[in-house]
Design a protein around this ligand. Sequence first.
Ligand code: DX5
Ligand code: ZN
Length: 216
Amino acid sequence: MPIIAPSILSANFLRLEQEIDMINDSDADWFHIDVMDGRFVPNITFGMPIISAMKKRARKPFDVHLMIVEPEKYIEAFANAGADILTVHYEASPHLHRNLQLIKAHGMKAGVALNPHTPVSLLCDVLNDIDLVCIMSVNPGFGGQKFIDQTTHKIRTLKKMILEHGAHTQIEIDGGVTIENAPVLLRDGADALVAGNTVFSSPNPTETIARLKTGK
Ligand code: DX5
Ligand code: ZN
């Protein structure tokens, strides 16, 4: 069964407590939490205070996706706020290996996100150090964008690399995931699917999560 991670970015922030409870009671596996700084991406979302508040109510792991420059400055703060998986962008990490070690030293799983133009082959020498690769299937910054088709090719290449390295890295797809394309992404090798708009704009988010999970 795939890991389903609803993206809080598309939730109704006025009803955050109910949205958290909906995810708690659904078939979802993780909370996907998008942190944007207005520098790495042209949008600003939320930071540690919101995450720590959510942590008091949520009963599933926090998959925190940092779309920020200099992520190394905030690794400890996000650990304290309640991140279980902390993902930094390859493009924002000149010292990626060091960042991965630092994330793990703070007790979290270490993720690396790749922008659509960044080839998965660039990760080959650190693959065994990565718990999760987040392949961006839209340009990061906003929910509700259209899936970039080239992504499926990247999933297959990365899956092959993981098998060749005997690594235990999980593949997550983030952006434009729908009920229609989810089965294809899973067939190509994805382990985890992020879904914002598809879940929160649907008339019945709980049922949509269940459909993503079962592929039916
Ligand atoms: C985009 C974010 C995504 C976003 C996905 O920068 O990283 O997590 O919330 O939203 P949808 O599923 O609506 O494309
Ligand atoms: Zn994300």
